[in-house]
Ligand binder design. Structure first.
Ligand code: XIL
Length: 347
């Protein structure tokens, strides 16, 4: 019946091809749905994010790559203390808002980064001389920044990089003036400021099992035992090609077993520049290893690369002579690591 009616509308040769055309276009749509990092990650229940700088969003290729491939964003610098509260009690959210609005209009998850950190701290904070005054300033900062974005942030990096590699506390202004308890105080203030955001502790060189991750583990265990609010641990994952910690997956799993989500928050894999084909191939293996480790841990809910393109990566200026650390090269071409990442995600 259906075909007989169609025959009146279409020429016969078209008609005989029609079912095939319909089938193959449906097939293409399915393939396309899993052919980006974001959609492949979504099929595994994960978010694939990228660190974004507000100033680059006006570059068409930057925005197009972000929008096509990524399902999450982390503002690279725009939510840090020096950007959001440059002078005491005066908040500024202009560039952070640009990123948040962009992300929301493209249905991307947003990771807030970061509230309490020794670096990129507004100068006035370091001039505070008493613990009670610094505590008041820290609580007010958390309330002001989280309050502004309340309800829009999935994960917040509440405290960043509070430990040294040997597992001792980093002696920054917060540690010096407030003492050990500043971290739990920050998490309590964060819970009050945005009860729906997941609250994370974030650090680097803690991806494998070592003195630093042991210290973070002990802190999370203690927080859980005493009811201090903490929901997740971020592992920055700024790696060197060929040097991933062999205990990555086991380490993610032991944290997940404490009842927190774990996130790969700032992934990049740097190498000497100019990049060689051999290092790009090794990098592809490394990215896939990280993705597989995350997928093997059910509470590993997101992977974020620290940037979109090698063109704007923080690596060359921070580690002179190194770079090529991301999935898209400086011309936005997909690198071998892009393909291996997508494949590891199952795309
Ligand atoms: C970096 C940014 O990428 C740079 O643009 C900025 O100049 C310095 O900070 N760990 C973190 C990130 O938690 O905030 C850092 O980002 C990289 C290391």
């Amino acid at each position: 019946m259906f075909y007989r009616r169609l025959r009146k509308v279409f020429f016969k040769p078209t008609l005989s091809l029609l079912p095939i055309a319909l089938l193959s276009s449906a097939f293409l749509v399915n393939v396309a749905a899993a052919a980006t990092l974001g959609s492949a990650a979504a099929a595994r229940g994960r978010t694939f994010g990228g660190a974004v700088a507000a100033g680059h969003l006006t570059e068409a290729q930057y925005a197009a790559t972000l929008d096509a491939e990524f399902s999450g964003v982390t503002p690279e610098n725009e939510m840090k203390w020096d950007a959001t509260e440059p002078s005491r009690g005066t908040f500024s959210f202009g560039s952070a808002d640009i990123i948040v609005n962009h992300a929301q209009s493209h249905n991307m998850k947003i990771r807030g980064h970061t509230l309490v950190w020794h670096s990129q701290l507004a100068g006035w904070v370091n001039n505070i001389t008493s613990g009670s005054d610094l505590l008041a300033a820290m609580r007010n900062h958390i309330a002001g920044v989280m309050g502004h974005f309340r309800g829009r942030i999935t994960y917040w990096d509440v405290v960043n990089e509070a430990f040294n590699d040997d597992g001792t506390r980093r002696v920054d202004a917060f540690q010096r003036l407030i003492g050990n308890a500043y971290i739990e105080d920050a998490f309590r203030a964060a819970r009050a400021a945005d009860p729906n955001a997941k609250l994370c502790y974030n650090d680097f060189n803690s991806e494998g099992t070592n003195a630093k991750s042991n210290a973070i583990f002990a802190m999370v265990q203690d927080f859980k035992a005493r009811g201090v609010p903490i929901d997740c641990v971020g592992f920055q994952s700024h790696f060197i090609v060929g040097q991933l910690p062999s205990t990555l997956q086991a380490n993610l799993q032991r944290f997940a077993n404490l009842g927190v989500d774990v996130n790969i928050t700032e992934l990049d894999v740097r190498m000497p520049t100019p990049a060689t084909a051999a290092n790009l191939a090794r990098q592809a293996t490394d990215f896939a290893t990280v993705v597989r480790a995350c997928l093997a841990v059910s509470r590993c809910t997101s992977i974020t690369t620290w940037g979109i393109t090698d063109k704007f990566s923080w690596v060359p200026s921070t580690f002179p002579g190194q770079g090529a650390a991301l999935l898209f090269d400086a011309n936005y071409a997909r690198k071998p690591a892009y393909t291996s990442t997508l494949q590891a995600l199952g795309g």
